[in-house]
Ligand binder design. Sequence first.
Ligand code: F0G
Length: 459
Amino acid sequence: MMKNTQPEPWRVKVVESIRRIDRDAREECLRRAGFNVFGIASEDIYIDLLTDSGTSAMSDVQWSGLMRGDESYAGGRNYYRFEETVHTIFGLPHVIPTHQGRVAENLLFSTVLKPGDVVPNNTHFDTTRANVEANGGVAVDLVIPEGREPRTPHPFKGNMDLVRLDACLAENRGRVPMVLLTLTNNSGGGQPVSLENVRGTSAVCRKHGVPLIIDACRFAENAWFIKQREKGQGERAVHEIVREIFSLSDGCTMSAKKDGLANMGGFLALRDEAWVDRLKNKLILIEGFPTYGGLAGRDLEAIAIGLEEVLREDYLAFRVGQVTAFGEALAAAGVPVVEPIGGHAVYIDARAFAPHLPPEQYPAEALTIALYREGGIRAVEIGGVMFGKPDPERPGREILPALDLVRLAVPRRVYTNTHLEYVAEVTAGLRANPSALRGVRIVKQAPVLRHFTARFEPM
Ligand code: F0G
């Protein structure tokens, strides 16, 4: 049973039916999708933990905000409210709306990066890395060593390794247009970064005269962890912690599909004017006029309201508490999870879950397939399929990442504890007989971001 004593700070007003199709039908869905759960229709999914991105339930206030959408091409009123909200929360003066986070990344990198430039980060998310590389940059991950160890206890496993960052900036002088810092560190297990580490990262950046840009997707969850875990921060309001974090930065990229509590949207916010004109010109080319940036006016309204709701401390206590209780229920059933439990998701260490499968057989993909087959649950692989690269030294072989993880991402305000208890039960059932899991090989793949469309065959 999940031990979550913090009740939901809302009640349910609208429901959406979900159904669990039978096992034979699930097997057929897997076969048709080439054993890639991205290819399965969501109607055939029972509990969808593929992502916490764009999957939030909006509040009644956000839904009513949609009715106040001003769909003027230029200068719509929702833009001004959105801009004001971003100023108030983040303290950053220049705001550029985009239709999702990766467009903010793409705009920034395509404007600022030169081929051969180096971009350090605690850990790049997949789209972030792909956008750096697509613009000729080299993405370098400099998370602290504990951040790569699934079970080493540390309250802030998302922290940047400041010694290595300093060395990287010294070695690559003139070739680092910005340092990124991802809050929370999604690819490393949804692990937070401490305020002390944001201060330290900022100080190293200043010393080398390099701007610090925060990947702010889960800024509120990160600030909640700071309030809970960091010495001297427990008495501060979350919004004050947020203001301090961003006061240490030169800007941020944001996917409002996470801590914006919206189904679509994103933005780029910057302190300095230097890049703004070029960014806005490019925005007009690829997204739209700077007061809507690829979004409808009503979307901007929903994001502005979501950014305020996400900072409510009763919401954050429930949100992070629910994910923690879910992870603890899995751990209690003997499932090897990344610890401490992250903010938006529970990550299963698939190499420990199914030690008979070598990394070359993508154990996290194998577990993802089994979760759907056994329970109609959709999770996502964050491991060899997502990050594996051809090995130039060994033709036909791959350089594989240090971890093979299965992420069970929890959408915001969507599933009850009972849903998550069901997921924990199904996973525990698989754990009781891990040798039944079969590895996979890739039979078809795209040259970039292959995990979305790859097709597999069981070994
Ligand atoms: N940065 C981080 C840390 C992310 O987690 C994501 C998206 C993005 C950037 C890109 O934002 O999707 O709005 O373009 N993460 C989603 C996920 C897709 O499932 O973790 P986007």
